[in-house]
Write a protein that binds this ligand. Structure first.
Ligand SMILES: *Cc1c(COP(=O)(O)O)cnc(C)c1O
Length: 468
């Protein structure tokens, strides 16, 4: 049997409810067709994000009770620092309250206005933090990562040609660092191969520019390397992780992903001078260097989570569960980005809803319809999230893909619930041209997808012919 066997049994459960369709329709309109504004009690299966939504193990709950809350040099800090150094191998570990705080601190110190930061694809908070300090966030993913129908093992790989072209165009002095996102969240949760990491690393070292990993899903990426890259089939997950990180100069980490905790993050650096500057800013913004923005108990649970996440049985189950959801969608004819990602399935809204132009946010319309049809919450990764102005021409540029991400929280939902999600997706696709596009009625200046409000174009209902 090729099933994603759960390497655990359930000790605590949380009641969830399904609200009626008329109620969902009302809540959706009130939320401005933005599922970020719907109360979580009104959601049946919440696949908004895999960030901070995982279930902790009994050992992590136990660690919370034994956490040391000393302001400075707590035992929990010592434990956390030693686990992080063991996995990542960098000289300085800087705790933060989550990933974007680590990004904000790093870019505030390392990136000057007008400088350019290449990545495979910047995550939204990473892009926003680069732009916040006046930098330019440049995506250099290999073209295969932009073709949603292509089945390839490492669609998160960076294009060396695009990276070299960026150095050619902007000059080495305008590029303070290169980032590599593992796995590549905004490009479909697709992994980056160790061969590609080695090549990018060699290029950066030749240029004398540091390589910093966005390491949020480092264990999932390591699993894909072990499963899909012949040369590393016999390597253990910790050995693959150590090899990966030895090829860079630091990492930013949202522990809400592969840290298996509900809040937390950190920044690792080898450069002493840079780490000192970041630490001084950390004290100003987050807290003393041995706790950052976190309680001692958070650090203790995180240390335990980082050990658990590299368990091969856990990773086989985790990635197998997402792959099985992909298999169900395939059977039901729902288009999604191939192959299934490590933490999520990315539905292809342009393929599913060709009648809605990109100006009318097809992926956001699909996301709203998933809630209306089945109380399922997903998230748009398309033009609402990623429209931006071309730095040279000033024109609005739409992203290449219009995706709806079904992010699977770690150790939370059963296979039955995910089978239900697949059926809801199929029902939305079956609605076809009844589903209407959206227009914005309110938007903030940055990261607009979190708080923007929309309505069906010209007013009326999301599904033509259905009265609210
Ligand atoms: C979640 C995430 C971040 C930001 O982390 P937060 O903890 O949400 O601030 C950065 N990069 C990637 C790839 C992510 O998935």
């Amino acid at each position: 049997m090729n099933l994603p066997f759960e390497p655990y049994r359930i000790k605590v459960v949380e009641r969830i409810h399904r609200v009626s369709r008329p109620e969902r329709s009302r809540l959706l309109a009130e939320a401005g067709y933005n599922v970020f504004k719907i109360p979580s009690e009104a959601i049946y299966v919440d696949l908004l994000t895999d960030s901070g939504t995982g279930a902790m193990s009994d050992r992590q709950w136990a660690a919370l009770m034994t956490g040391d809350e000393a302001y400075a040099q707590s035992r929990s800090w010592g434990e956390f620092e030693s686990v992080v150094k063991d996995i990542f191998g960098y000289g300085h570990v800087i705790p933060t309250h989550q990933g974007r705080a680590a990004e904000g601190l790093l870019f505030a110190v390392a990136v000057k206005p007008g400088q350019v930061v290449p990545s495979n694809i910047h995550f939204d908070t990473t892009r926003a933090n680069v732009e916040h300090v006046g930098g330019i966030a440049l995506d250099c993913v290999d073209d295969q990562g932009l073709d949603p129908a292509l089945e390839a093992p490492f669609k998160g790989d960076m294009s060396l040609a695009k990276l070299a072209a960026a150095f050619e165009k902007y000059g080495r002095d305008r590029i303070p660092l290169v980032m590599l996102t593992i796995t590549n969240n905004s490009g479909g949760g697709q992994p980056v191969s160790l061969a590609n990491i080695r090549a990018v690393s060699a290029f950066c070292r030749e240029m004398g520019v540091p390589l910093i990993f966005d390491a949020c899903r480092f264990a999932e990426n390591a699993w894909f390397i072990q499963q899909r890259e012949e040369a590393f089939r016999e390597w253990s997950i910790p050995d693959i992780c150590r090899e990966v990180f030895s090829l860079g100069d630091g990492c930013t980490m949202s522990a809400k992903k592969d840290g298996l905790v509900n809040i937390g993050g950190f920044l690792c650096l080898n450069d002493d001078a840079l780490a000192l500057q970041v630490t001084n800013l950390l004290i100003l913004r987050e807290g003393f260097p041995t706790y950052g923005g976190l309680a001692g108990r958070d650090l203790a649970a995180l240390a335990q989570g980082l050990r658990e996440v590299m368990d091969p049985d856990y990773l086989a189950y985790r990635i197998g569960q997402v792959a099985r959801l992909g298999g169900r969608l395939q059977e039901l004819g729902v288009p999604f980005l191939k192959p299934a990602g490590g933490h999520a399935i990315y539905l292809d809204a342009r393929a599913a809803l060709p009648h809605i132009p990109q100006e009318q946010f097809p992926a956001q319309a699909f996301t709203a319809a998933l809630y209306l049809e089945g109380g399922v919450r997903a998230v748009e990764i398309g033009s609402l999230m990623f429209d931006h102005r071309d730095p040279d021409t000033g024109k609005v540029v739409h992203p290449a893909m219009e995706l709806v991400r079904l992010a699977v929280p770690r150790r939370v939902y059963t296979q039955t619930q995910l089978d239900y999600v697949a059926e809801v997706c199929a029902r939305v696709v079956a609605e076809g041209e009844r589903l209407r596009g959206l227009e914005i009625t309110y938007q903030p200046p940055a990261l607009r997808h979190f708080t923007a409000e929309l309505q069906p174009v010209g007013g009326g209902d999301l599904m033509a012919g259905e009265s609210v």
